[in-house]
Design a protein around this ligand. Sequence first.
Ligand SMILES: Nc1nc2c(ncn2[C@@H]2O[C@H](COP(=O)(O)OP(=O)(O)O)[C@@H](O)[C@H]2O)c(=O)[nH]1
Ligand SMILES: [Mg+2]
Length: 397
Amino acid sequence: MAGRLSRREIEELKAIFERGNLTAAAAELQEKLESLKSTPLDIAITGETGAGKSSFINAILGLHDDDEGAAKTGVTQTTMEPMAYPHPRLPNVKLWDLPGIGTESFQADKYLNQVKFNNYDFFIIISATRFTSHQTTLAREIHKMGKRFYYVRSKVVYDLNAEKRKKNFNEARTLQEIKEDCIKNLRKAGEASPRVFLLCNWELANYDFQLLQETLENELDDQKRHVFILALPNISAKILEKKKAELQKHISEVALLSCAIGALPVPGLSLVCDVAILVVHMKSYCEAFGLDDESLSRLAEQVDKPVAELKSVIKKGPLASAITKEFVLTVLSRSLCGALMVLEFILNFVPGLGSLAGGGISFVTTRYMLQSFLDEAAEDAQKVLTKALEPKAEESI
Ligand SMILES: Nc1nc2c(ncn2[C@@H]2O[C@H](COP(=O)(O)OP(=O)(O)O)[C@@H](O)[C@H]2O)c(=O)[nH]1
Ligand SMILES: [Mg+2]
């Protein structure tokens, strides 16, 4: 049952009320949720000029090369200053376009000091060609400085196209050979377990992007993983599912906050609940899934389909901009019945919770509302993705 509370939730709910100090509990929860939102994640992108660093940054940020806030591609950066590209929705997530490593005078240790290596969570070395000595010294130096790096071989389509001319061409084998060559070279540079990923910046849904993303996720701590997942471009059903799971993890904290701040009665309804909290979180769910005008227009442009066509499959919820207090009140009155059923279930099955009265109701309502909204938004997002990836309808002559 969607509304079923876990033992942990019940314990947390009880603890808040037993402690009696709701203001302190609210402040604590607020701080926890805020710190999650403001967790910084700084990813350094380095490699030779022309390797595809700027294109990779745009692909991760879900931006077109010409979009505002996108990294300029096809231009040589002449300064030694790293350029920050904040995520369009999560400004604490930044991709750093580092200066190219190709110059003759390149010295890895100097370079790393100049770009302030300690500011980054990890490095991604991008290469579009065979392994070079600059890459080797850079990899070795990053390792020596105690930082992690991932090696990305971009533009693999070029390699595949070149190999295709040969008689016994086999795509999987060619990719494997490129990868093994990179691994061998990184081992020579002293990296015991090199992590190598082949990809094309224009086709992130293919090749090793998913593997790269999963490897990064596994190697980040909980808070950084949360922001990393939410920052991912909505290019696959799997990413959408992960976002949903990540948002779901924090619903009960938001619901606890709603009850701890001593939620007010909702006008016109026999309910207590913090409508403002619902507005903020529902909006952020939509934005995480790209269910906002800006993201949909960008997606429409990328897949060359009218935005109305993508919007036509959104059946459940409104877009981020339409989530207002009034909207939430309408949904609340509609789902009042569902929330109360859940409440009744809890009061009957969890002895001792009945006394929580208003706070308990607020917890249950908030949790129920967020859960149903998250389910619906995720469903809409999957439909939009399917529509976007569908082959274009034959144009009539
Ligand atoms: N085919 C292909 N071209 C790419 C890829 N990534 C970048 N490019 C192109 O390679 C050129 C250099 O890319 P850019 O991102 O500016 O490289 P940077 O100098 O490392 O920032 C540009 O013309 C890009 O459009 C890729 O994965 N595949
Ligand atoms: Mg560049």
